[in-house]
Design a protein around this ligand. Sequence first.
Ligand code: AMP
Length: 504
Amino acid sequence: MSGNLYGILRARFPAARATCVIETPDGRRYSYAELEQTSARYAQVLQRHGIGPGERVIVQVEKSPENVFLYLACLRAGAILVPLNTAYKASEIAYFLADAEPKVAVAAPASTLAAVSGGPETLTLDAEGGGTLVEQAAACDADQQVAEAADDDIAALLYTSGTTGRPKGAMMSHRNLATNALTLHRMWGFRPGDVLLHALPIFHTHGLFVAINCVLANGTGMLFLPRFDADEVIRLLPRATVMMGVPTFYVRLLAAAGFDAALCRNMRLFISGSAPLLKETFEAFEARTGQAILERYGMTETGMNTTNPLDGERLAGSVGPPLDDVEVRVCDAEGKLLPSGEIGGLEVRGPNVFSGYWRQPDKTREEFRDDGFFRTGDLSVIDEQGYVAIVGRSKDMIISGGFNVYPKEVEALIDRIEGVAETAVVGVPHPDFGEGVLAVVTRAPGKGETPSAESIIETLKQDLAGYKVPKAVLFVDALPRNVMGKVEKNRLREQYGAQFADGR
Ligand code: AMP
């Protein structure tokens, strides 16, 4: 397979172009024919503003069907899409503009990007599908061809959510995206009649590429929610067959009144990723609905790397074996291969792995081994069956008194304690030990008596080496999370940075 991703997907669209591809909760429906025509018109607008192959189009808009057409228009024009999180503020936007040097910006009227002066030429697009992009498209015809694209031509620049340092632009080629889409489409058994419930944001690889490209490759439709809302999901679930979500979606569904097996009667697959799915959530979901959530693992730079099987055992706490066309291995810091069962850095190689960081050749070289494996920065372990488990981020690893502590191991033990909902374990400065282990815990309401910090520490002492046992346990109402559901450990490290300042 090679060429422009749009052309590759279009070759798989349904012959019956009247098939609905996007339906919104307020009843707007768009067919594949409309998707073709509108994306062609948008591509012409971009070209009229000087966008040619390789030019960047930076986008900060709300999720909408038109936003999907804009993504496809960029592909058709051979442009590089730079989607931005709608939450980014002025200083972050200034950095992206300077780094990506886009020729055109597409901004929601109230977005930070729209307020930038002296930047690139700006078109607008609002959540209801209005704005100058749409107005100008009305004057274009719909016969726009698809630009040629070599396999390595870049289709998108995705800034990594980067919990430390400045975000880096991951260059995703047409081939990276196309191979990953078709591999996932096959391995997750997409078939005629599938309807995807889409509640993820579309400035991130999960909602944008994994979800949308699987649907387009399948030639079927999606129920397209502007954002996750448990009540809306519950209302629409009976009409869906597949849902992709972050773990928080599943936690919230389980907490919602009226979420039960009957609602899921047409569902054949619940997929989770982007952050670790707790074993408790996996088990509670299976008990409630009879469905084992399929957990997969990926990242901005690589798209998806591993998945639990469609047919076969889906293991809680595991992200499954590698995709058919992806290789994985676990190595130590020097790159020495570790035997199965040992914790080390996860490295991946395959057609899904990105072409490098935008204008950062040194950073790119640092992250790749000579034989082409990419160092993900995730600590993991591979079992005898080839299933991968993510143990933590290497930068989250705590070194206390010279000993390595993997937060995930400690978190899993605390999460098992009656009365605990969730835990984040971080390392914060400690005058004696370099870093001290700190646990931040949320309580599970109505799940028995709430444990005290002392009782948690006593329980852990029975199972953990002393250096791994938190020196303090703090209770909070909720852990800070970003929009993809990832716990923001950097914020916890900042907030509780002085916790051990007195050396205790
Ligand atoms: P992003 O680039 O924002 O998609 O973040 C990628 C990171 O999310 C990975 O490097 C992992 O640390 C984490 N991640 C993604 N999927 C999973 C998963 N299923 N379990 C645990 N961590 C995950």
